[in-house]
Design a protein around this ligand. Structure first.
Ligand code: GLU
Length: 434
């Protein structure tokens, strides 16, 4: 049976790179009806923090990753010590100044990496390494080998930054008499410019992506595309579907470049595709967490607003600015709308108000009919009225369809805001008409 693992150190938050390695490792187990193990490498007592651990576990669950078993290396120090003592007895390791050192018996090592193919290690820069430090904690390479062997991991899937560790670990496997697993080293993720990922270019924690309003399904889909492709130019694929086709051997050998635009595109696709009844609770929670949602907003109203923006929202955080006017009326007309408001259309606005007030049912079709009738009766093109009215409603130049917007806001709000625009025209008499 295939058993894979993800072995994060809780010395920092879970980032894009780690999450992607984890997703690949998890998929490899799931695809093969195997098992997936989570191993928390918390041997560094000073740098390991509960805050990081909590974030890692929460983010993995949020992404849809589950595990059969979870181990904490901090609880296994006795095991590492025992194996180290055994090596000392066998003359493969020795004690010095309270620490235990392992002597590498190096000769050329070849592995057949599941992603990169043949890798040959011709030399090792070191002849020995500490395996148990003087404070009793194990060195990474040693605890990693003991655990991968005892946890019966058959395929070790990890970032390619660990390639230099692999020959050392193989020598330890051999010294300990454990059977060798297979290795798959996943290429790095580079920034869009081809350099290292930095905080400015996407190297933020998974939790931060969540807090920006990326959907878990979109983010996990994006992670998948960083080095793997479902084939036939397909880009949208769920974890469930990937479970049917994923093979670690198909992961690209070359580094993947992170693209925020692509992630935003995928996220907007997922927002678009998500059924309204699933999206509304997500948006509600999101806006509440941001302390943005005013008291007394009904589910029904929220649902109308979500519907209004669903087709064009890269991430939920964008709603805060874009849909501000749907929750608050205290926006200003901005400099960008100045041009639009130059022309005083108070009369037309008065007429619109009159017609809207006479409507029993304030729905899209009725609104549009009255809107167009007003424009043509007063000798205007509909579009000449569209811009100032949009501005009255939202303070903005662009936004969702005007008639849908009016329907969602409701008659009272629309009338109130048209009146506000008329008042503005009255107090700021446009120059050309003074
Ligand atoms: N704790 C190590 C890391 O986070 C694990 C490396 C491995 O997967 O072997 O880099």
């Amino acid at each position: 049976m295939i058993r894979t693992r993800f072995a994060p150190s809780p010395t920092g938050f879970l980032h894009i790179g780690g999450a992607r390695t984890c997703v690949f490792s998890w998929l490899q187990a799931r695809r093969n009806k195997g098992e997936f193990v989570l191993r928390i490498e918390d041997t560094d007592r000073v740098r390991s923090k509960k805050e990081y651990l909590d974030e890692i576990l929460e983010s993995l669950s949020w992404l849809g990753i589950d595990w059969e078993e979870i181990f904490y290396q901090s609880k296994r120090f006795d095991i590492y010590q025992d194996y180290a003592e055994r090596l000392v007895e066998e003359g493969k390791a020795y004690k010095k100044e309270g620490a235990i050192f392992f002597k590498y018996e190096f000769k050329e090592i070849k592995i057949n990496d599941l992603i990169r193919g043949k890798i040959v290690f011709k030399e090792l820069p070191k002849e020995e390494d500490v395996i148990i430090k003087s404070d009793g904690s194990p060195a990474y390479n040693f605890s990693c080998v003991i655990d991968d062997a005892l946890m019966e991991i058959t395929q070790i899937i990890r970032g390619e930054d660990h390639i230099p560790n692999t020959p050392k670990q193989i020598l330890m496997y051999q010294a300990l008499g454990f059977a060798l697993p297979e290795f798959a080293h996943v290429p790095l993720i580079l920034s869009e410019e081809g350099g290292r990922m930095s905080k400015r270019f996407g190297a933020t924690s998974i939790r931060e992506y969540k807090d920006e309003g990326y959907l878990a399904e979109a983010l996990v889909n994006y992670l998948l595309l960083l080095g793997w492709s479902p084939g036939s130019n397909r880009e949208i694929i769920s974890l469930e579907e990937a479970k049917e086709t994923f093979n670690i051997k198909d992961v690209n050998k070359t580094a993947a470049a992170f693209s925020l635009d692509k992630l935003n595109w995928l996220n907007s696709e997922y927002i678009k595709l998500k059924p309204l009844q699933e999206l509304v609770p997500l948006v509600k929670e999101f806006l509440q967490n941001r302390r943005f949602l005013p008291e007394g907003i009904t589910e029904d109203y929220l649902s109308k607003i979500v519907k209004l923006f669903k087709e064009r929202t890269p991430k939920l955080a964008d709603l805060i600015e874009r849909a501000y006017f749907c929750f608050y009326g205290n926006f200003e007309y901005t400099a960008e709308t100045e041009d639009i408001l130059k022309k005083d259309l108070s009369k037309e606005a008065e007429e619109l108000i009159k017609r809207f007030e006479s409507l029993d049912e304030f729905g899209h079709d009725n609104i549009e009919k009255e809107f167009r009738a007003t424009a043509s009766d007063l000798g205007l093109k509909a579009r000449d009225l569209v811009h100032p009215v949009r501005c009255a409603l939202s303070g903005k130049k662009t936004g969702p369809g005007l008639f849908e917007t009016m329907e969602a806001l409701g008659k009272n709000t629309v009338v109130e805001r048209l009146k506000r625009l008329i008042a503005y025209w009255n107090t700021n008499k446009p120059k050309n008409q003074q």
